[in-house]
Design a protein around this ligand. Structure first.
Ligand SMILES: NC(=O)c1ccc[n+]([C@@H]2O[C@H](COP(=O)([O-])OP(=O)(O)OC[C@H]3O[C@@H](n4cnc5c(N)ncnc54)[C@H](OP(=O)(O)O)[C@@H]3O)[C@@H](O)[C@H]2O)c1
Length: 311
C-alpha cells in the first residue's frame, strides 16, 4: 500500500523537483510517492491530460517539453522503452535539453532481460550481460547510450513488474491465467511500489555519494509462476485453471510468451538491499499479492458493501 511507503520514506531535500518521462504504470506510482512526500513532480505522457503537472512528450510525433517547462528539474526518471529500431526516444530527442538542467540524479528503468539465460543460476550487476533476445540487445544498447550521455545516470534493472490492477490476481479475475509448469523454471519480479521506494532510496544514496551505475531492483524470492497462481487463487477463493503441460502448450504460445519461458535466471538484489540498505516493502510474492488483493478486491468489496448499506 503506497501509504505504508509514504510513512517510512524521507522526502528529497527542499528545492528538489522530479521529472518523470513516461508516466505510465511505474511512472505514475513513482509520481504518487513523491507528491505525497511534498516533492513537486512533472510527468510526461504521449497525450497529456492537461493537468498542471502534465506535459506532453511523444518521440514519434516529435512533440517535446520546452526548456522553460522543465528548467528547474533536479531529478529525472525515464520509464520509456526503446523504439523498435533500438534507439532511446529520450536521448534521441531530449539530450541537448537535458544537459541544460541542474540534474543531480537521472534514473533509467531497464530490464533484467539483458542478463539472458543463466540456466536458473543467480546473476548480479557485475556479471557480464548476455542478452539472448533481440529486444534485450536493444535495451543493452540503450543502457550504454545512457551511461555515455554525460548525465548523472543510474540504471535500474527490473524483472516482471506487478502491482494493483496488474498481477496474477487480475489475470485470474479476467480468466486469462494459465497454470503451467516447467521443471526448474523460476521468474523474478518486483512490486511497482518497490520501484518507487527504491528510486527514492537511490536518489538519497546518490546524494550521500553512493551511485553505482547499475542496480537490480527485484524482490528476494524468484519463484515458479504456478506458485503465484496457487497463492492468488487461495486469496480469491476461486478454482485454479486446469494444469497444462509446458511441452504441450509451447507450440501455441505467442512469440513473446515463448521468449519469457526460454530464459531462466535468479536475479540478485544484494547490492540494493545489503550494500545500499533498501528495505523492500514486498520482499516476496506472498506480501506483494496480498497487497494487490487488498487494493484490487477487498477495498472494492468494502466499498460495495457500504454502498449496499446506504442504498
Ligand atoms: N512491464 C514489465 O514487466 C517490465 C519489466 C522490466 C522492465 N520494464 C520496463 O520498465 C519501464 C516502465 O515499465 P511500465 O510497465 O511502467 O511501462 P508503461 O506503463 O508501458 O509506460 C511506458 C511509458 O512510456 C511512454 N512512451 C512509450 N513510448 C513513448 C514514446 N515513443 N515517446 C514518449 N513516450 C513514450 C508511455 O506513454 P503513454 O503514457 O502515453 O502510453 C508510458 O507513459 C519500461 O521501459 C519497460 O519496458 C517493464
Amino acid at each position: 500500500m503506497l501509504s505504508q511507503l509514504v510513512n517510512r520514506c524521507r522526502p528529497l531535500p527542499s528545492g528538489s523537483r522530479l521529472l518523470i518521462l513516461g508516466q505510465g504504470y511505474s511512472g505514475k506510482t513513482v509520481s504518487q510517492l513523491f507528491q505525497s512526500l511534498g516533492t513537486p513532480v512533472l510527468g510526461t505522457r504521449r497525450q497529456a491530460n492537461q493537468g498542471a503537472n502534465d506535459l506532453c512528450f511523444d518521440s514519434d510525433a516529435g512533440i517535446a517539453p520546452s526548456l522553460s517547462e522543465i528548467a528547474d528539474v533536479t531529478h529525472m526518471l525515464s520509464c520509456i522503452p526503446p523504439t523498435k529500431d533500438g534507439h532511446d526516444p529520450v536521448l534521441n530527442q531530449l539530450q541537448p535539453l537535458l544537459r541544460q538542467l541542474p540534474l543531480r540524479w537521472v534514473g533509467y528503468l531497464s530490464t533484467t532481460g539483458v542478463y539472458g539465460d543463466t540456466g536458473g543460476q543467480w546473476v548480479c550487476e557485475s556479471d557480464t550481460a548476455n542478452p539472448s533476445q533481440e529486444r534485450s540487445r536493444r535495451r543493452l544498447d540503450c543502457e550504454q547510450a545512457w551511461l555515455q550521455s554525460g548525465l548523472p545516470v543510474q540504471i535500474l534493472r527490473l524483472p516482471g513488474i506487478y502491482g494493483p490492477r496488474r498481477s496474477v490476481i487480475t489475470a485470474l479475475q479476467q480468466g486469462r491465467a494459465r497454470l503451467m509448469n516447467k521443471a526448474g523454471q523460476v521468474f523474478c519480479r518486483v512490486h511497482v511500489e518497490d520501484i518507487a521506494g527504491a528510486s527514492l532510496h537511490l536518489m538519497h544514496c546518490a546524494n550521500a555519494g553512493q551511485r553505482p551505475q547499475i542496480v537490480n531492483v527485484c524482490d528476494d524470492h524468484p519463484a515458479p509462476s504456478s506458485d503465484l497462481l496457487r497463492f492468488a487463487a487461495s486469496l480469491l477463493r476461486c478454482p485454479l485453471p486446469a494444469e497444462e503441460s509446458f511441452e504441450d502448450s509451447h507450440e501455441g504460445m505467442s512469440a513473446m510468451a515463448r521468449s519469457f519461458w526460454s530464459e531462466n535466471r535468479r536475479v540478485s538484489n544484494r547490492l540494493l538491499r545489503q550494500h545500499l540498505g533498501y528495505d523492500l516493502l514486498h520482499p516476496d510474492f506472498h506480501s506483494g499479492l496480498q497487497d494487490c488483493w487488498q487494493q484490487d478486491v477487498s477495498q472494492v468489496e468494502t466499498f460495495s458493501d457500504s454502498q449496499s448499506a446506504i442504498d
